[in-house]
Design a protein. Structure first.
Length: 319
């Protein structure tokens, strides 16, 4: 087989992950593919993460330090520093399979793809959190090995959407040429970044291999957004919804508008389910969400509550 070794940039934001950092970085430096640059941004860690980073002295590992500014700012910094043909995001409490980059690059090169999506294996760690094992399995929507054009990809993604930037490899030029950035200062910044990226993709594919190992742990955004950090999570989703409403006005095709509308509906359902201390604040914020009719708000809110009820039943039966 022809040797294909374009440079791949891997961006890893780091903040207080001393218990998981080595597993993450070891999975990167031990990749079977050797033409990579690992760009690590220490976002003002206050635990032992900074000292752990000093152990990684390989030439292809580049460590940068900044005052704590959040994951969005760290990822944006990494994008500015990246020089590869392809880009991969990895969160510092997760890890990837040894063959991940080699196999994804091969697929990207063979089919001249702008982007390839892949699956993940979720697992819980030191937290009482129910995990649905097929959460990132979209094989019933995408066909393995099929190359999708812009319209096909967006139409399928409307029903098979995953916001995480860690679950795709993409051509770096697409991000830089379109000046795509993560919104800083909020949670759930992936929502807008991934959507705007998808709108700029002309050829894409999907593989159902679980290259990415996604950890659910106490202290992460995925779990704290449901308890101690709920207010910021709620406000961040409101910001995302406002942005999506404005984005919907800029797109003219039915399939693009449909994708945005479905995301808006799902996110509205999510925040309508939040149990905030100030219920009046919540009701005002929900009422102020633009781009959805009263009927649509009621529909998506009810739909999400039914979904959460079925989820509870599923895990009760599973136990």
């Amino acid at each position: 087989m022809k040797q294909m070794t374009p440079l791949v940039s891997v961006i890893v934001p780091v903040y207080n992950v001393e218990n998981y950092l080595k597993e993450c970085l070891d999975s990167l430096i031990n990749q079977s593919y050797n033409n990579i640059e690992v760009i690590i941004i220490d976002d003002g860690s206050t635990d032992n993460s900074s000292n752990i980073l000093k152990e990684y002295t390989q030439d292809f590992v580049k460590v940068y330090t900044q005052e704590n500014a959040g994951q969005s700012a760290a990822r944006n910094f990494g994008i500015d520093k990246a020089t590869g043909k392809y880009l991969l995001f990895v969160d510092s409490d997760d890890y990837i399979l040894k063959e991940t980059i080699e196999e994804l690059v091969s697929l990207m090169e063979n089919d001249n793809l702008d982007l390839i999506r892949f699956s993940a294996e979720p697992f819980s760690d030191d937290v009482d959190y129910d995990v649905y094992s097929k959460q990132y399995d979209f094989s019933k929507y995408f066909s393995e090995g099929t190359v999708y054009n812009h319209e096909q990809f967006l139409k399928i993604s409307a029903n098979a959407y995953s916001t995480s930037p860690c679950l795709y490899m993409v051509k770096l030029d697409i991000i830089k040429d379109n000046n795509l950035r993560f919104i800083e200062g909020i949670l759930h910044e992936d929502e807008i970044f991934t959507l705007e990226l998808f709108f700029n993709i002309q050829s894409a594919s999907y593989t159902n291999k679980q290259y990415y190992k996604r950890r659910y742990r106490s202290g992460s955004v995925m779990t704290t957004s449901k308890n101690s950090n709920m207010q910021k999570s709620f406000d961040s989703y409101c910001t995302v919804l406002d942005t999506l409403s404005e984005l919907e006005k800029k797109h003219t095709t039915t399939y693009e508008k449909n994708l945005i509308k479905k995301r808006m509906g799902l996110l509205y359902g999510v925040i309508s389910y939040y149990d905030l201390n100030d219920n009046e604040y919540k009701l005002r914020a929900l009422n102020n969400v633009k781009g959805l009719s009263k009927f649509e708000k009621a529909f998506y809110s009810t739909k999400y509550r039914i979904k959460m009820l079925l989820k509870k039943v599923y895990f009760i039966v599973k136990r």
